[in-house]
Design a protein. Structure first.
Length: 288
């Protein structure tokens, strides 16, 4: 796991960070990529949310690079520790701190918040806002479909070899079945077993302003695409943290959630209206 700038890893020491970020400000935004992606993929169709936040609000963007094949909670723990080192060595006193997580990156950020709070990390007390872009808070159906197909094939003598291929799925991918973010969600369990959602309810951090942007390929609200595929990978309900079990529902205030129409999962990285919505939320307490 590394923090990177312009595709180059940065060392978490005061002199190294001062050299890597000579323009470091007191506003920090850390961007966390999604499954099977990298820090370089925040730039899409000529747009980068981090660069735009630097231009419009004076944030210094730092990009996390991590192995999305590991368990979300494993990455969350490493992210929490790395953030503490980043804060200790940052060249300026940090007044505003925001994390933007795309897809799985949002789950890693939530996991890091839990770990940082338990450890009493300084960065956790400084965190102002969390922005989730297409995060599968309650899982992604494509992983569940893969798990179901694996079970069916496993019971068919001539297809059992194909079922074994399904077990190549990484720990990170199987965490996406329901949206695991803590160790207890997977430890001591067969991650390939066909089981119901047994996660411990994990609410949003109460002292952080949290925002959720979901996307849908549909043109109008309430379409079947919203419920089934949403942005092509994450259903709208999952991205907005809504769940049929009220104990699991993530309570984003109405004015802190938004749905991008006719938008795919990767389009969340480049659509102008997505950035404008995020900028609207972040500029509320902006003082030049």
């Amino acid at each position: 796991m590394r923090f990177r700038r312009d595709g180059r890893a940065v060392t978490l020491e005061p002199d190294a960070l001062a050299n890597a970020f000579p323009d470091a400000t007191d506003r920090l935004v850390v961007l966390v990529h999604g499954l099977c992606m990298s820090d370089l993929q925040w730039t899409r169709q000529g747009h980068d949310h981090g660069a735009a936040l630097a231009r419009d609000f004076g944030y210094t963007p730092v990009y996390l690079s991590y192995n999305s094949g590991l368990h979300v909670s494993t990455n969350g723990a490493a992210f929490a520790d790395a953030l503490e080192k980043l804060f200790t060595a940052w060249p300026a006193e940090i007044r505003k701190f925001v994390i933007v997580g795309h897809s799985m990156g949002g789950l890693v950020a939530r996991s890091a918040c839990l770990r940082g709070e338990a450890a009493g990390h300084a960065w956790r007390r400084k965190l102002d806002k969390l922005v989730f872009l297409g995060t599968p808070h309650h899982g992604a159906p494509l992983e569940r479909i893969g798990n179901w197909v694996e079970m069916i094939l496993g019971g068919t003598p001539y297809a059992s070899a194909f079922a074994r291929l399904g077990k190549i799925r990484s720990a990170g991918v199987t965490d996406l079945r329901y949206g695991n973010i803590v160790d207890e969600d997977w430890q001591g369990r067969d991650r390939f077993a066909r089981v119901s959602d047994t996660r411990s309810p994990t609410p949003l951090p109460s002292d952080v302003a949290c925002y959720a942007i979901a996307a849908t390929m549909a043109e109008s609200p309430g379409a079947m695409k919203d419920m089934l595929v949403g942005d092509g990978l994450v259903p709208v309900m999952s991205a907005l943290g809504r769940h049929e079990d009220s104990a699991r529902t993530l309570r984003f205030p109405e004015n802190r959630q938004w749905i991008a129409r006719q938008t795919g999962h990767l389009d969340l990285l480049s659509r102008r209206d997505v950035y404008e919505r995020m900028a609207e939320w972040l500029k509320a307490d902006y003082r030049p």
